[in-house]
Ligand binder design. Structure first.
Ligand code: F6R
Length: 240
């Protein structure tokens, strides 16, 4: 694992450069994308660079990590809606080349078709991840099997609590989500994980310095050969 530490602005700018370099070399790259508060600065920077003509997503494809079960793309808390508003509306990606798992799959067999779609697109070149306080990546909560493909998950109460800030009340937070699995994520050629703020410091320490184990899903990224963590000083504060 490579760890890059700086101010949030510095690491966002370095992460954005990865997209500039990748898309210059491979304009039709396949990007794995995330939602949540962590990628917002990066998405704003990508939009700025795109507006300035410094990168283009015109031939790129994207696959998002996850979606809430039961929310369609018109719901303002769906991850499709989030992606449209925070990134896709501001860059030149073709909407038909953007993929977010369907929040209406009925079982894992149907959810797994997302893995087949990713494979048919050539596999993910660069996967972006945030990290939950319990080490989840995507919605792969602790103890998710290493071999998991895209599947339906029951969200832990801590994840629902963490996400209730976006809903009117905890009761409105969906109980299930569909997420790429750990295996899906590990198949990506390169992975970027971003984390900001003191609240992520402990889990970043376990991710980087703990043994890779399924009780801390993000720690499994140690087993991937091309992972870079972009951390602000606060998130990196207990790494030593
Ligand atoms: C989002 C996702 C989640 C978030 C994580 C951190 O698509 O898959 O794993 O990355 O919950 O969320 P924030 O960035 O809001 O702290």
């Amino acid at each position: 694992m490579k760890v890059i530490v700086g101010t949030k602005e510095e690491v966002v700018s370095q992460a954005a450069q990865r997209y500039v370099d990748l898309l210059a070399k491979k304009p039709d790259a396949v990007l794995g994308l995330a939602t949540g508060s962590t990628p917002l600065g990066l998405y704003a920077e990508l939009a700025r660079l795109c507006a300035e003509g410094k990168l283009s997503f015109a031939e790129a494809k994207s696959f998002n990590l996850d979606e809430y079960i039961g929310l369609d793309g018109t719901h303002d808390q769906s991850y499709r809606y989030f992606m449209d508003r925070n990134l896709f509306d501001h860059i030149d990606i073709k909407r038909e080349n953007t993929h977010v798992p369907s929040g209406f799959v009925k079982d894992d067999a149907e959810a797994e078709r997302y893995d087949a779609e990713i494979a048919a697109a050539g596999g993910i070149d660069l996967q972006l991840l945030g990290i939950g306080h319990n080490g989840h990546i995507g919605f792969n909560e602790p103890l998710t099997p290493f071999t998991s493909l895209t599947h339906i998950v029951k969200l832990t109460e801590s994840t629902r609590e963490a996400n209730k800030r976006f809903f009117k009340s905890i009761d409105e937070v969906p109980t299930h989500a569909v997420t790429m699995g750990i295996h899906t994520v590990m198949q990506s050629r390169s992975i970027i994980l971003m984390a900001f703020g003191e609240g992520k410091a402990d889990i970043i320490r376990k991710t980087v310095m703990g043994r890779p184990e399924i009780s801390v899903p993000a720690s499994l990224l140690q087993l991937h050969e091309d992972v870079t963590l972009y951390l602000d000083h606060e998130a990196a504060s207990v790494l030593n």
